[in-house]
Design a protein around this ligand. Structure first.
Ligand code: KMH
Ligand code: ZN
Length: 321
């Protein structure tokens, strides 16, 4: 073999292991939009465990009211599914602090303060965050709250001021919790750089770039490259990158991110679909799909232990679940 013909066939990447995060239910979609969207504690636990078995190293979790699927920040509801997930899998438990449009910042933080997870989400700026077009084809709603909730998102401001974000760092860092820094636009990377300068954020930063939310950066391949390059310039070796994209953009955009050396997030929080016009049957189905695609491309999937090491997490035994 000539020296220039190296036997390496895998795509070029800073490291060849990809962390799959699965965001199991979120607070955007509503039960009428998909029968697969989990909302009872039993279903959230079962789908989260199946997603971990399929290859998700990190589980991003929200809670919902078991009676009607409406989002809730109530730690007592989280307590109905977190212990099962914690006992059944090694996956990293990552709790939302984004909550839902109807929650105060305090309500959004309550579960993380109680359970002291290895990770929690941290949204890096205030923004419009709208999904008001989502229910336009629905004629009959399963629960009365859903239609208004979706329509009202047109006037929702997702609040994450510098004061709010500082507070999350101050409270959660005491517990050794680290962050999924959700960046919905290029400016959010600069906000994160501000927190890094002030030593509130500490490397290795986990940056979750979010594409395709109405109010944030669009799900265009140019933007994925722009986000990656900007993060490289601001953070150099100090960050681990991941991407998610909303709805039909999910699989193509995260595959592009993996090709650029990133990690990926799937799950019914971000998209209800598995293919064009086809609803996913479960979170695990999306995990299996991206896993299959990545493995075909020559990547390996990171185990929870590898994710913990890459992200410098405190370990499963150090949470209060
Ligand atoms: N639904 C995602 C686009 C959070 O939980 O902190 C945003 C999210 C927010 O995951
Ligand atoms: Zn979330």
């Amino acid at each position: 073999m000539a020296p220039q013909e190296k036997s390496e066939t895998a795509p070029k990447s800073p490291r060849n292991k990809v962390i799959i995060t699965c965001a199991v239910t979120g607070a955007i979609h509503t039960p009428t939009l998909s029968p697969a969207l989990p909302f009872t504690p039993a279903d959230i636990a079962a789908q989260a465990i199946a997603a971990a078995e399929a290859g998700a190293a990190i589980l991003h979790l929200h809670a919902r009211d078991p009676r009607d699927g409406s989002p809730t920040g109530d730690p007592n509801i989280f307590a109905e599914f977190l212990p099962q997930i914690h006992a059944a899998t090694d996956a990293v438990i990552n709790l939302t602090t984004g909550g839902s449009p109807e929650m105060t910042v305090e309500q959004r933080l309550a579960a993380s303060l109680r359970f002291r997870p290895e990770m929690c989400s941290l949204n890096m700026g205030s923004m419009n965050f709208s999904f008001h077009l989502m229910g336009s084809k629905i004629k009959e709603w399963r629960f009365p709250w859903e239609k208004k909730y979706i329509e009202d998102s047109a006037s929702f401001i997702f609040r994450n001021t510098f004061t709010d974000v500082t507070r999350v760092y101050q409270l959660m860092s005491d517990f050794g919790t680290r962050y999924e820094h959700e960046c919905y636009d290029i400016g959010h990377l600069y906000n994160l750089a501000y927190f890094l300068d002030r030593k509130l954020a500490r490397p290795p930063l986990f940056i979750q770039s979010v594409f395709g939310i109405l109010g944030g950066i669009g799900a265009d391949p140019d933007n994925v490259v722009f986000m990656r390059r900007t993060a490289d310039r601001l953070f150099g070796e100090d960050y681990v990158w991941s991407a998610l994209a909303a709805g039909r953009h999910q699989m193509p955009i995260i595959t592009q991110a993996a090709m650029l050396g990133g990690n990926v997030r799937v799950g019914l929080e971000d998209s209800l679909f598995i293919g064009r016009g086809r609803l996913a049957a479960s979170n695990a189905e999306q995990v299996s799909k991206i896993r299959r695609m990545l493995e075909e491309l020559g990547f390996e999937i990171a185990t929870p232990a590898e994710a913990r090491s890459l992200l410098a997490l405190k370990g499963k035994e150090n949470v209060a679940i």
